[in-house]
Design a protein around this ligand. Sequence first.
Ligand SMILES: Cc1cc2nc3c(=O)[nH]c(=O)nc-3n(C[C@H](O)[C@H](O)[C@H](O)COP(=O)(O)O)c2cc1C
Length: 391
Amino acid sequence: MRYAPGFVILDNMIRRTLWALNRHGYRLVAKPLFFMMSPDDAHSLMIKSVARAGYWAPMRWFTKAVFVAKPNAMLVQKYHGVDYVAPVGLSAGLDKNAEIVPLIARLGFGFATVGSVTAFQCDGNPRPWFYRLPHSQSIVVNAGLANHGSDVIIKRIHDYSDQQIGSFPIVLSVAKTNSCNVVSIEEGIADYVTTVHRAQAEPRVQVIELNISCPNTYGGEPFTTPDKLERLLAAVDAVKPKQPVYIKMPVDLAWPDFSALLDVAVKHKIAGVTVSNLTKHRSVISPDDKLPDNVRGHLSGKPTWESSNNLIRQTYLHYGDKLTIIGVGGIFNAADAYTKIRLGASLVEVISGLMFVGPQLPAQINDGLVKLLKRDGFTHISQAIGVDAKK
Ligand SMILES: Cc1cc2nc3c(=O)[nH]c(=O)nc-3n(C[C@H](O)[C@H](O)[C@H](O)COP(=O)(O)O)c2cc1C
C-alpha cells in the first residue's frame, strides 16, 4: 500500500520521537535502576515482570505500538522453510525458559532463541552468574546452563496461544545437562537426542540450534572435536527432526580447527551455523573495567566482535553455498549488524546489545539496515550478504 508523502513524514516523525523517548527512557531511567542491582537480580526481575506483562493483551499491543516494530519488505527472508520478517533475532541465554516470548515478539525481532535447554532441569552454577564490564560492553557469563528442563520448556512454548506468539519463529537452543551424571560422550549424546525428540514434535519450535560451545559446565565442551561432533550429528540425524538444525559454534577456535567442525557439519543434515558463542579471552577488556580473577565465566559483547567477524567471513567464503550463517557477537547498532551481513551472515542475533542499549535496539537495527541498504544501492538484504567477504 502506498501512503501520501505527508503521512510518511508524520509517521517517521512519530517513530523517531518514540525511539528517542525509548532510548533516553532506557538510558536515563530503566538502565540506571537495573545497573544499581546486581546483574543476577536485574535479570531475574526483568524476566519476572516481562513474563507477567506478556500474558496481558493490552501490554502486548502497547509494546508493539511503543517500540514501533514496523516490518519492511527489504528485510523479509526465508531460510529452510522458516519465514523471517526481520533479520535480527534474540540470541540464546536471555530467555532461558521461554517465559518472555510474547513481548520479545513485539520488539521488532524476526525470531527469538530460547534456552539453552537441556534434557533435565538444572540449577546451573553457583551464583553469581553474571558480571558487568560496562566499558568493554560485555557481560561475564557463568550461568552453567540453568533451565527448567526441555520437557517443561517445550510444553510452555506449546501452551502459548496464537494471540500471544502467532507464527513468530522460535529457535530452541539445545545443550546437554550440566550435571556430574552427564559427562561421558554417550550420556551427552543421549541428553541432546532426548531434547531433539521432544522438540521435533512441537511445530512452534521452528528451528533447533545445537549448542556445542557452552563453557563452564561438567565435562567441558566435548563436541568441539570432529570425531565427537560426528557422533553427535549422526545421532541427531537419526531422530529426523522436522525443523532445520543449526550449530552454535565456539568463538575461540583457530580457523583450521573451526573448519574441521564445519567439514563434519556439511556431511550431516545441518542447515547452518550460529557464529559464535562467548570468548574466554580476558586480554581484550578495557583497562577501565576491573575483572578480578575470582570472577568465573566467559565474555559476551564487544570482546567477541573481531573473532566472530573473522569466522563469519571465512565460513561464508568456504561454506557459504552449504551453510546459512547467523552472525552474533558484539552487535550494538545497525552498522554492526550490517558489517556481519556484508561479511556473510544471512541473519544476526543480539543479547548484550539489548542489555546495554535497551529494548528499542531491534527496531532501530531494522530501521538503520534499511537506510544502509538504500545508501549502498541495494533493494533487498539478500544482495548485501557476503559482499565484503572477499575483501
Ligand atoms: C547473559 C548471557 C547468557 C548466555 N547464555 C547462553 C546460552 O545459554 N546458550 C548459548 O548458546 N549462548 C549463550 N550466551 C551467548 C550469547 O548467545 C551470544 O552468543 C554471545 O553473548 C555473543 O553475543 P552478544 O555479543 O550479543 O552478547 C549467553 C550470553 C549472555 C550475555
